[in-house]
Write a protein that binds this ligand. Structure first.
Ligand code: PHE
Length: 347
């Protein structure tokens, strides 16, 4: 029964076989299954076995060969997959690269800062449509019917029927003062709103002009609102936005919807007012338009101009962003170049 013992001893060994690489595996195959291998030797011995034992020992021998072949095949699979992983240089133990977070758009950062400052003195946000009608953008704001701002040169009109150029009063708003008319016709004073949003003007695109940009306009209506209140609010805003040493100056101007009207400059935030190339040596840079709401506008919106008065102001977010971050070319804001965008605050 020596053969049976040998078979059983080998069966025990075979299940414990291990190989770390292809060479070790080949050595195992030769040791057990090659022509001179141990299992082949047992098959040779089998020839001399007595006929009555052939059946049992034959079965055992076949089982031994099959088990060995299976064991070697499964070791081969393990070795090959280990080697192919090493080949592709995939190191599954490495920690992954950190996920790159996006950044906030500079116009959003500045718009939110403006909103934040005015919200601290009681302003709330009002929104309105970008596709507007003539009445809300111009008519109720005291623009004369033939006012040049209504010209096709300045305003994008929307054709009511595609391809048919008929006179139309549907247009893309050219300022967010349209939101002010909507608020004045739907709310009763006191009103204190900030109107941020995108506006459109028919301008050739260049470093200094674009066919759309962003505004934040403000409106305050109550009893006894004066120009001094307007000045105080704008001084507060300028100091919060550009630093406590900032000075402001108001120059007389004209807007159809305010009387009196003014443009506001701040002391140049680069040279501090001494004069530099940015402020063209003047020490001042213009940042917004403002004025007392024209009584005609109040009346057109159903507000008694004898009882109430108010002020309004409007600024371009791109302009303020340029002053804060020195972005000279307006086109950068809408080109989505990540090298530009990545320079701003991350999310
Ligand atoms: N609506 C004006 C503009 O778009 C800005 C402005 C608003 C001026 C309110 C005065 C008062 O240029």
């Amino acid at each position: 029964m020596a053969l049976k013992d040998n078979i059983q001893a080998l069966l025990g060994q075979v299940n414990e076989l291990k190989a770390n690489n292809a060479e070790e595996l080949e050595a195992l195959r030769i040791k057990y299954l090659s022509k001179k291998g141990e299992i082949t030797a047992l098959f040779n011995e089998f020839r001399n076995v007595a006929p009555e034992e052939k059946r049992e020992l034959g079965q055992l021998l076949n089982q031994l060969r099959q088990t060995t072949e299976e064991r070697i095949a499964s070791l081969r699979e393990a070795v090959e997959s280990r080697e192919s992983r090493a080949e592709s240089k995939l190191d599954l133990t490495r920690t992954p690269d950190p996920i790159a977070l996006g950044t906030r758009h500079p116009l959003s950062l500045v718009r939110e800062e403006i909103e934040d400052i005015f919200s601290r003195i009681g302003f709330t946000i009002a929104q309105g449509p970008e596709v507007e009608d003539d009445k809300h953008v111009y008519g109720m704001l005291n623009f004369a019917p033939e006012h040049p701002a209504r010209d096709m040169q300045d305003t994008f009109f929307v054709e009511k029927e595609i391809g048919v150029q008929k006179p139309t009063d549907v247009l893309l708003r050219s300022h967010t003062s349209s939101v002010q008319t909507r608020v004045m016709t739907s709310q009763k004073p006191p009103i204190r709103v900030l109107c941020p949003g995108r506006v459109y003007r028919n301008e050739a695109i260049s470093a200094r002009a674009h066919c759309f940009f962003h505004q934040v306009e403000g409106l305050y209506i109550d009893k006894n609102v004066s120009f001094a209140d307007l000045r105080e609010a704008l001084l507060y805003f300028s100091k919060e936005m550009f630093g406590p040493e900032t000075k402001i100056r108001l120059r007389p101007s004209y807007f159809p919807f305010t009387e009196p009207s003014a443009e506001m400059d701040i002391s140049c935030n680069i040279c501090g007012g001494t004069g530099c190339s940015f402020c063209k040596g003047t020490g001042w840079v213009e940042i917004l338009g403002c004025g007392m709401v024209d009584p005609n506008v109040l009346e057109a919106c159903g507000i008694d101009s004898k009882e109430y008065s108010g002020y309004a102001f409007g600024m371009g977010v791109e302009r303020i962003t340029n002053l804060k971050y020195r972005v000279k070319d307006l086109r950068l804001f809408s080109e989505n170049d990540v090298r530009f965008l990545r320079q701003f605050e991350s999310c």
